[in-house]
Design a protein around this ligand. Structure first.
Ligand SMILES: Nc1ncnc2c1ncn2[C@@H]1O[C@H](COP(=O)(O)OP(=O)(O)OP(=O)(O)O)[C@@H](O)[C@H]1O
Length: 284
């Protein structure tokens, strides 16, 4: 299996605040990794570290098997980036910008770009500064998908979009991964989007990765259950991911619901529940 992005033990401190603590994560080729965490958890800092936009204190970033130090020109071609803040020249129209993209990217896919403009219903004669936030996001995604990048880094790329645009965007991302064997690291607070397309999930809390798992394993095997101390003592510690105490009971994330005692009810686990739970639960 080819791994497109490997981050190993990345740490970063801003003014004595430890914002990334030994962050380790992979994006394999042909997969979408959902990167989930509360506001301020460290997602954007992680993206910026990968791109060399901020300097890490410790750890290693490898792109396409090679260690990277800071910004490198080859990244512009091979990594498609969409950040929350729009950074395209505001005075130009898509038609004008298109001429820039053709020169900027050696493997610019004009046909693909035209198709995406149509899919995303983007006007080509309007100045970018007159675009709504959602339109600008869609344009950024269209560009990121049109220069034959192998890896996409999407920080909150679905945030400002209406439901039908989000659906179109998610379909395009799935298509990118399937057709190009590309990989995507996608942060989002919209858990239903993550649920639809992510193969792997990485949860970050206070700068620390607290859970990395395949989506289907979480959906098929994990459970959040409420149990008393007695029942909890029957569960092998290796199956307890995290827990917290609420009044007289423990709320516990279990990695294999088959080990939950029969008298304890197990409800279906949604990623939304899991995300709320992990933001609250203590580390084991
Ligand atoms: N340039 C900076 N200087 C000082 N602190 C920073 C800087 N950039 C980020 N931080 C801090 O680092 C922490 C992580 O921020 P980051 O933007 O990575 O979070 P996030 O997970 O992307 O949040 P959100 O979901 O709100 O976008 C926060 O506490 C933030 O205040």
């Amino acid at each position: 299996m080819t791994v497109l992005l490997e981050m190993e033990n990345i740490s970063k401190t801003f003014k004595r605040k430890h914002v990334l603590k030994n962050v380790t994560l992979d994006v394999p080729a042909g997969s979408i990794v959902g990167f989930v965490g509360d506001n301020g958890a460290g997602k954007s800092t992680t993206f910026k570290t990968i791109l060399g936009l901020i300097k890490k204190d410790e750890g290693t970033v490898r792109l396409f098997g090679e260690e990277v130090h800071g910004q490198q020109p080859s990244m512009r071609e091979q990594v498609g980036v969409v950040f929350d803040a729009i950074n395209l020249p505001a005075e130009l129209t898509i038609k004008q910008l298109n001429k820039v993209f053709v020169k900027m990217y050696s493997s610019w896919d004009q046909e693909g770009f035209d198709r995406l403009l149509e899919t995303f219903h983007l006007p080509t004669d309007k100045k970018v500064k007159e675009f709504s936030r959602g339109m600008s996001m869609k344009l950024s995604v269209a560009v990121a998908l049109s220069h034959n990048a192998k890896l996409l880094l999407l920080d909150e790329a679905t945030g400002g979009l209406d439901p039908s645009s989000r659906k179109e965007l998610l379909e395009e991302l799935t298509r990118f991964v399937e057709e190009n064997k590309g990989g995507i690291l996608l942060s989002s607070h919209i858990m239903s989007d993550i649920e639809k397309i992510a193969d792997h999930l990485v949860f970050i809390k206070d700068g620390e990765i607290i859970l990395t798992e395949k989506r289907e394993v979480i959906q098929n095997q994990y459970a959040i259950v409420e149990m008393n101390e007695n029942d909890l003592s029957t569960v092998e510690p290796e199956h307890i991911v995290t827990s917290y105490k609420e009044k007289d009971a423990f709320v516990v994330l279990i990695s294999d619901k088959r080990v939950v005692p029969d008298n304890v009810p197990v409800n279906e686990l949604t990623l939304e529940d899991l995300s709320v739970f992990l933001a609250r639960g203590e580390k084991k």
